[in-house]
Design a protein around this ligand. Structure first.
Ligand code: NAD
Length: 374
């Protein structure tokens, strides 16, 4: 099918239809923004990835087509993985570290930031290690395994004068941003309901995701956080209370400290309620639904690697798919290097806010009571 001229322009300019449709953008400012960023391409954000597992590899592959971010280093406890990455991604030996010596990264002027993609419970120690080495930290979700740890991570990074960003790739996904733009513009009227469904059937019972010492929890830490975070950016408010209920059908696979299925509800100051499900026991659960007095948005899939599908009462949202991690890393480079303000924040405080909600959900499950968040 021949491409529409507007789409060709958008792709060439590296801009989404959303960016162009924002009130603050007119065609002149959009083009200026583009030409400025093109002009700065000689100064990329030079990133080392810590934890060369499945997601670290996905980020590394996506970074190969980045314009502003560049993969230049690794931190790994497995020498054979370092050798593979050196060859596959052209990483110089001088930018390779292990967990015993990575504090030395502070003496390496060729690395600006470290992207932490290790198991959840290691994020705190790893991010603090990166901050103490004077490098910016990008940390995968969940930022930590509880709010107290998240707070400490935010404070340590601030004191070290480095930025802390959370790998919330959906905050840069064009269809998600278009729904957020429509909601902010009042196109759905008064938003009163959000539904977030996040689930998949988890396999191998020996994996770290089912070991509470490394995961800090089960489905909630892994994918429930998408519904929590999604409710916040789709509704555009911070929740003031939560209630939650847990169901466990397999207490052997989902041992103490590993939640299998949790349903939870959040109340928002404007009167909206969110009704969410987080589970490791069902597939086909990746859906957001937002309803207001004038219209709705439905996204399914809503947080997978894409293509994301989104429709509203006005019809299908037709914006080309982008590789989430490529756009995320280019945008994070602009945030760190140029002080660019993202439309939906991705700093450590955002991750901390989500962890406060996770804590409240676990407390509500335990006590059976409504937990206030303010
Ligand atoms: P993984 O098991 O594939 O990779 C984890 C890596 O950490 C491995 O290379 C492992 O060797 C390393 N590691 C370092 N120290 C370790 C230790 N003490 N024990 C175990 N492993 C150790 O896991 P993954 O799927 O890549 O997930 C890593 C992180 O990325 C998690 O926090 C997860 O929530 C997040 N993640 C995010 C997304 C997303 O879409 N944003 C998707 C998948 C995973």
């Amino acid at each position: 099918m021949p491409m529409k001229p507007r789409r060709i322009f958008l792709q060439k300019a590296g801009l989404s239809a959303f960016a162009l449709s924002l009130p603050v953008f007119n065609s002149v400012s959009a083009m200026t923004a583009f030409s400025n960023s093109a002009g700065r391409e000689d100064k990329p954000l030079r990133v080392a990835i810590m934890g060369l597992g499945s997601y670290g590899t996905r980020v590394a592959d996506a970074m190969q087509t980045c314009k502003r971010a560049k993969l230049v280093g690794v931190i790994s406890g497995t020498p054979s993985k370092i050798e593979t990455w050196k060859t596959k991604y052209g990483i110089p030996a001088k930018n390779c570290y292990n967990y015993q010596n990575y504090s030395q990264i502070k003496n390496n002027p060729d690395i600006d930031a470290v992207y932490v993609t290790t198991p959840n419970a290691l994020h705190k120690e790893n991010v603090i290690g990166v901050a103490n080495a004077g490098k910016h930290a990008i940390c995968e979700k969940p930022l930590s395994i509880n709010a107290a740890d998240a707070e400490e991570m935010v404070k340590v990074c601030k004191a070290a004068n480095v930025q802390l960003l959370v790998g919330y790739r959906m905050h840069f996904e064009p269809k998600t941003l278009e729904v957020i733009r429509m909601r902010a513009a009042g196109e759905f009227g008064k938003v009163l309901f959000f539904q977030g469904l996040s689930g998949f059937i988890i396999g191998d019972p020996t994996q770290w995701r089912l070991n509470p010492v490394l995961s800090g929890g089960g489905a909630m830490m892994d994918i429930g956080v998408y519904s929590i975070n999604g409710a916040r950016y789709m509704i555009g408010e911070e929740p003031i209370w939560v209630t939650a209920q847990e169901v466990k059908t397999d207490p052997i696979k989902f041992k103490e400290g590993i939640d299998e299925t949790i349903t939870f509800q959040m109340g928002f100051p404007g009167g909206a309620v969110a009704s969410c499900l987080s589970t490791y026991a069902l597939n086909n659960l990746d859906k957001f639904y937002l309803d207001g007095t004038k219209g709705f948005a439905e996204m399914q899939p809503s947080t997978g690697y894409g293509p994301i599908k989104a429709k509203t009462h006005k019809g299908e949202i037709d914006i080309p798919h982008v590789t989430h991690q490529t756009v995320q890393m280019d945008e994070m480079a602009a945030i760190i290097l140029d002080g660019k303000k993202p439309i939906v924040p991705v700093d450590g405080i955002e991750g901390w806010k989500d962890m406060k909600i996770v804590d409240a959900i676990f407390e509500a499950v335990k006590t059976g009571k409504k937990v206030m968040l303010t």
